[in-house]
Structure formats: C-alpha cells, structure tokens
Design a protein around this ligand. Structure first.
Ligand SMILES: [Zn+2]
Length: 316
C-alpha cells in the first residue's frame, strides 16, 4: 500500500453516497478504514492476511449493503490486470477440492448442464474441475499472470479480460460461476447483468460471496477475515436478494460452501487471531507435526453463501 495511513478522522466527516445495490441515498459512513490515495496490486492479493483492514465503508440504511467509499476505487480494474499472487499459486490443492465441491453443487442444481463459464477464473482450477466433471468449461480472468497460469499449469481455457468480452459475446452457458468475485467490484449489478447475458435459456448462476451477517463476521466482528482491502462490497442475504431483484434473478437455493485447506495454510492464517506462531514454527522442525501440517482439512464454516439463481419469471 502506498500513501496509506490508518484514518482516525471521524466517519461522519465523509459525505454519504448512493448504494451500489438498491440505489438508496440513505447511506451513512459505517466504518473508518485506510485513507488510501493509491492502492497497489499487492493490496488485492487473494492471500492477503491483513484481516480487518479495509477502505472506509458506508452502509445502506435500506438494504444493509456495505461498500467502500474511496477515491482509489477507479484504479481497481488496472490493478487486477497486473495482479500476481505467488502464495495463491502455492495453495492450489485445497482450492482444487473446493472447486470440485462447487462443480458438484452446480451439477446437482442443473443435472442437464453441458457448458459452464467461470467469471473471475483465477488460475483456472474451477474450469479444470468442471472439465473433469464432463462440462465444456471456459473461464475469464482479468489478471494476465493468473490467466497465463490457468493455461500453462491447469490446461484451462481462460480468456484474459472482463465481461463483456468479444470472445464470449455470442456464447451462452448452462452454468455461470461467479465465485468470490462480486465482493471485489464497484458495480455489482452490472456484473450480474453481464453474467446473465452469458446464461443460456434456463441457465443458472452459481454465486459465492462472504455472508457479512454470518457466524464468522458475528463472532470476529471487524477482525473477520472477510474484511480486507480487496473487498469493496459486503453482502448478506438481504442485500444479495435486493441485488437479484434489481437485475431480475431469483435465488433457488442458499447453501454454505465447503472449504479445504492444508492445515499449514490454516494455521498460518490463525496466527492473526491466536498465539500459535510458536507452534507453527515448531511444526517445521518436527517431522510428524510437519506431516500433519501438510494434510488438507475439510471445513464447513457458515461464513459465505453459495447461491444458485435463475432468471426470475416475469410477473403477470
Ligand atoms: Zn441499498
């Protein structure tokens, strides 16, 4: 982060803005964050562990959506193009299992699906898992580095860019995945509409995003791992439903994701909350503990939603 210092200015000092989801002007400064004139690509890394560090956030009085208020938001697009995240590349095993579980969820929801698009495909793990499950899958990813990795490391067909994209303009998919993406964009409704434009007749959207009214956010408050610089929009069920209604989507299933992490990865991140740094250091020196730390654990934490949605039926 360049030129960023923790803001101690009262939150009331900032002007209110229009809600990105419902359009209400009943928005209030909700949480003071970093006063950032300039962000760097490193601030947006998927593996960033500065949990609790955000831009300043406003909250909508009508739909409850919380969203960033900062002059540096217009830099986000260019920053994602240049994003490189070597630590992400090193945590593929658990993520691959998570993507497999999401593909399974989609196959359950849409058993007849034969094609899939992953929007914000990162290194192509979901595309590869969808292919493995028999779907003809394509991804789209803004980071040049991750899109290249998708091709080279995972053999995934990932277009570099964002929607709408000329290479995908005429193509439609039975399932469109939007996994941990909507919380990164300043115009979530346009993103949802772009995804709907790529959905085939009768197609489904499978969306994953943190639930900011969920157990993790409730227990950890402002230190919750979902509060991070890369997240500029914070949803819960109410604001997601408001967003769906605005664009003409209807949720047909609300689920909790299954996460898979190497214990080592989880333990390193838990250092933010628990005094276990000594244990993590020790684990590197004791072979049985080191072996244990390399195991992948399966967790179902109610910290995010997996929502399956379809186009809403036009009302009579
Ligand atoms: Zn709102």
């Amino acid at each position: 982060m360049t030129d960023a210092t923790a803001s101690d200015a009262p939150t009331e000092a900032r002007a209110s803005t229009r809600c990105w989801v419902c359009g209400s002007t009943d928005t209030r400064p909700w949480r003071a964050g970093l006063r950032a004139d300039e962000l760097s690509s490193d601030d947006l890394c998927i593996t960033d562990t500065r949990y609790g560090t955000t831009l300043s956030l406003d909250r909508c009085g009508d739909c409850g959506f919380r969203f960033a208020s900062s002059p540096c938001l217009d830099q986000l697009g260019a920053l994602y193009e240049n994003l490189e995240d070597p630590a992400y590349e090193g945590s593929q095993e658990g993520r691959r299992l998570q993507m497999r579980s999401l593909v399974g969820r989609a196959r359950q929801a849409v058993p007849t699906a034969v094609t899939a698009l992953d929007v914000g495909a990162a290194s192509g793990l979901l595309v590869a898992e969808a292919n493995r499950a028999g779907l003809a899958a394509v991804g789209i990813e803004p980071s040049r580095s991750l899109a290249r990795l998708a091709q080279e490391q995972n053999g995934a067909d990932v277009v570099c860019g964002v929607l709408p994209h000329p290479q995908l303009e005429r193509r439609h998919f039975d399932v469109v995945f939007l996994v941990d993406v909507i919380e990164h964009v300043v115009d979530p409704l346009t993103l949802l509409r772009c995804c709907m434009d790529r959905m085939a007749e009768g197609g489904s959207l499978v969306l994953v995003t943190p639930d900011m009214s969920g157990l993790a956010a409730g227990l950890l408050g402002s230190r919750c791992w979902h509060y991070r610089l890369a997240h500029v929009g914070y949803f819960d069920r109410r604001s997601l439903e408001a967003a769906f209604e605005r664009v003409g989507l209807e949720a047909i299933g609300w689920h909790r994701p299954v996460w898979f992490f190497p214990l080592e990865y989880l333990a390193a991140r838990l250092e933010v909350y628990l005094p276990i740094a000594w244990l993590n250091r020790l684990a590197l020196r004791i072979p049985p503990l080191e072996w244990l730390y390399r195991r992948v654990v399966r967790l179902r934490i109610p910290d995010s939603y997996v929502v399956v949605a379809k186009r809403a039926e036009p009302s009579e």
